[in-house]
Write a protein that binds this ligand. Structure first.
Ligand SMILES: CC(C)(COP(=O)(O)OP(=O)(O)OC[C@H]1O[C@@H](n2cnc3c(N)ncnc32)[C@H](O)[C@@H]1OP(=O)(O)O)[C@@H](O)C(=O)NCCC(=O)NCCS
Length: 180
């Protein structure tokens, strides 16, 4: 499936994508993705960061964002990733996460972090395989839409430390350079 940079032409499809996510999934996403104003600002490029969508015809099947943190953490990018429930388990999440990593390295970010709600086994497996490791466990940090408290894990990928590890996951090819 094609993964392309998010643009204004994807606005309505992205709105449909987020609106179609089940309530349970929305628990795992911090932003108000069902707010059309928020989604429109991302598609028009005014929301900051880099965003990509997996497109299948007129539909969006997955979304990933890398947003530099503000101020003294501006060298750190935060990753957000979500795949349509009907498309999961076929490698799309991995493809989008790799796109995020390639973009972050290309943009000169030194570190990536991703926040994963503790029960998200697929997300943990996916990011661990890409060289992310656990840096923090925040107990009872997330209150889901039903009011239940859940633990939040912060996984991190240090670009310099994992340079050679990245070569093993094929990012040297994606970046068009030899990282060894
Ligand atoms: C996490 C998420 C993006 C994965 O998307 P996906 O397209 O299913 O991912 P992939 O098909 O690339 O699978 C990647 C790996 O996850 C693991 N995995 C996939 N489905 C799994 C499941 N149901 N249980 C446990 N592990 C699973 C596997 O290790 C898989 O690797 P494999 O292909 O070698 O078997 C998707 O589940 C999602 O959108 N979740 C809600 C949002 C979220 O939690 N985002 C992450 C934090 S920002």
């Amino acid at each position: 499936m094609d993964v392309v940079e998010l643009g204004p032409a994807h606005t309505e499809a992205l709105l449909r994508f987020f609106a179609g996510l089940p309530e349970g999934d929305l628990t795992f996403i911090e932003e108000e993705v069902t707010d059309p104003g928020v989604v429109r600002s991302w598609a028009s490029g005014t929301g900051g960061g880099r965003r990509f969508v997996a497109v299948d015809g007129d539909e969006v099947a997955g979304y990933v964002a890398v947003r530099p943190l503000p101020g003294w953490s501006s060298h750190v990018g935060e990753v957000r990733l979500v795949v349509s429930p009907t498309r999961r388990g076929s490698g799309l999440g991995r493809q989008l996460a790799r796109q995020a990593l390639v973009t972050a390295v290309g943009d000169g970010l030194a570190k990536l972090v991703v926040e994963v709600v503790a029960e998200q086994g697929a997300a943990l497996a996916l990011f661990t395989d890409l060289g992310f490791t656990g840096e923090a466990l925040l107990r009872d940090h997330v209150r889901d839409r039903e009011g239940t408290l859940r633990d939040l894990m912060v996984l991190a990928h240090h670009v310099d430390d994992t340079w050679s590890g990245m070569a093993t996951v094929g990012l040297d090819e994606a970046l068009g350079q030899d990282l060894s």
